[in-house]
Write a protein that binds this ligand. Sequence first.
Ligand code: C2E
Ligand code: MG
Ligand code: MG
Length: 766
Amino acid sequence: MSVTAGLTVAALTSLSLALACAGVLGRASGTRTGGRAPYRLLAVGTALGTLGLIGTAATVVPGEDPGPGRLAPFAFGLGAGSLVLLLGVLRLHARGGAVRHVLDGLVIASCTLYVGWTLVIEPAYRAHLGPGLSVLTRPRLLLVAGPAVLAVGVSAVLAVLVWRAAGPRASVVVTGAGVALTGASGVGLLAALRHGDGSLVAALGVLYGLSQLTVAGGARRADRVVRPDEAAHGARAAGRRALVTWVPVLCAIAAAALRLTLVHSIDNVGAVIAGLIGVTLCARQASALREAHGYADELAREREALRELAHSDALTGLGNRRRLADALRRAGSPPVLLAIDLDGFKNVNDMRGHDVGDTVLVEVAHRLRANLRPGDLPVRLGGDEFAVLMVAGRAQPEPGCGAGGHAPTGAGLEEAERVAARLLAVLSQPYQVDGVAVFLSASIGLAGGAGATDVTTLLRDADVSLRFAKQRGKNRVERFDAAYEHWLRRRTTLEHELRGALERDELSLAYQPVLSLPDARPVGAEALLRWYHPGLGQVSPAEFIPVAEEAGLVGQLDRWVLHQACHQLSRWLADGHDVWLSVNISSRELHLPEYVPQVLEVLRAHRLPPGRLVLEVTEHAVAVDLDELAQRLGALRAAGVRIALDDFGAGYSSLGQLRRLPVDIIKIDRSLVAEPAGTLVEVVVGLGARLGLEVVAEGVSEAAQRAAVEAAGCRLGQGDVLHPPMLAEHVEALLARDMTAQDTGSAHIPAQNLGQVDSGREMRQA
Ligand code: C2E
Ligand code: MG
Ligand code: MG
């Protein structure tokens, strides 16, 4: 067969197979390979080679040997086509690592070329043509050698790609082999054209077309298979990388050594290839170095992110205890620490659920951030505990610091107190959650400044101040004082001793009569708890009740008081006295659902008419959760028990609360009673009259106060000037004296059937 005929067969076969390729590649969806671009590149690569072959076929004159000008279209089409095919395969299979594959492939290709040239081609040419050979002087040779070198390079890159491919590898292998075969058959075709063998040209042309079809088939496979996890594969591939490049380099060095031993010289082409090896190796190392830097940066970023995570609070995004400790250690000048605790937050969690609680905590964090000085560090220590670190003259704000970016000018204690007061105000603003307002306040303990010696002391001092703030009625700022240490020790002792006080029989009740005014007849009494400790002496309930509340002991105490008081009341009633008795109850008790049935059970056990018992609720209790409280008090009231609002006017209560709460009696706080003019007492008395409530003036301790209270129209009074708290027998004597003073026939009420009630036994059973 003539070359022209062979070439025509080759061109036509190649054209029809290229069209088939276009059909196959055109159907690829690209959904698993990041788009259709790789398929388009492969189609273009195929088309370039085929067009080159058609170009060469069109220029060949029948019967004439195709000269260099006529080989050129296919040589260029093949070269350009191979490069575009390589690009397509890399886009298809080597996303991310293409540069690395190409550089490694170039190292292998240049080494292979060097070995091939030094050991085979150059000695063969030298034997035929003598020394001084230069391929550059022979264009026809160049048209074959150029695409051949290119084909070696492309094949080497593909070999690297296949070597490192993550399974399933079939698609990479088929596509890679197809492209390599395209290069090899194309170069063979060029050589066959040059040497003028028609049937070989036809056969290689068919092979060329088939290899292009193989590329298309392999690429279509990639469209169907699931891509492996490239990250997991990355580690395995890294291990193979070194081997892939250093083996060929060692071979090239061995070839150079062999040539030097045999010929004692290095030829020009060999030197050029050796230079190429050097350049590609350098480029590869530079790329590896850049990659290593990239990894190092990524690791550093990850480490920083982990550190950040370990030092932050997941819910609020503020720093945590660890960050605070770090910042405290690094603080140059004496720092100031604010320890912040939300008052009554537990109730929010218990009554509105933890989601609402979380939302409130996030909002608290937001308010803290927004209201601090630049450079101050807010942290969440856990639960509803927060802290703010204020450092004077910090140069660089801590991560997660308050608003702004400039260094603070100073964190004196006065400045810190101003900030704390501001925080107290903003944290007490209502929290809107799902359209419902949540009311909270905060207590703040402040410590530090020049007195702060070390981290542990500072933390403890701030905590002590915070506890002191809680103790002194919450919703306030307390600055650390060394005396608090003493207070804390005493508090710990009290808590410890209080636990066994009931069993050791150290508790008793005192009764303070409530008199009708102005005739000063005893009409009722208030039971007041007394604790006499052999070591500590008499401890005031104002001191130990808050301790008992915090330690969770108050429920036990209040139940005991209720039993004792009811027992006493039942005796007075049995003796025929017309009297009522009031008992103080703790806010914590009122939150328990079983509280109401418990009270009713005690009344039943002591056979008491409920109307004789008054339960005193303090304003603090009222401030926490009005709805629940109203419900509990309503249930007690429905059973006939009377409710008194204690310490009215001393704290939080508002007139609105008074209207919503089921209350029978208002007890005016002694701070109001102590007002010289008695105007406030008059206002409350007027208010009581309007609402149909009884009003008791508490803590009437001077004759002038009594006169003012009477002048204000208050009909009930209680206080030291009337009668101080006393033993039950003394109240009994008072009641007896009053009974005799009255007309016994009309004032006497029928005695109660007391029965055998033993409060001690009842208590033990409870
Ligand atoms: P409170 O319920 O307001 O009781 C009145 C307090 O005022 C009593 O103090 C009483 O001794 C005192 N007081 C009465 N008259 C005068 C006066 O003329 N001048 C002055 N300065 N004070 C007067 P006490 O007994 O120390 O009780 C303090 C607080 O402890 C009570 O205030 C009450 O809130 C609480 N408490 C007492 N007993 C109990 C109890 O059994 N359970 C509970 N949960 N709390 C109790
Ligand atoms: Mg009271
Ligand atoms: Mg009171």
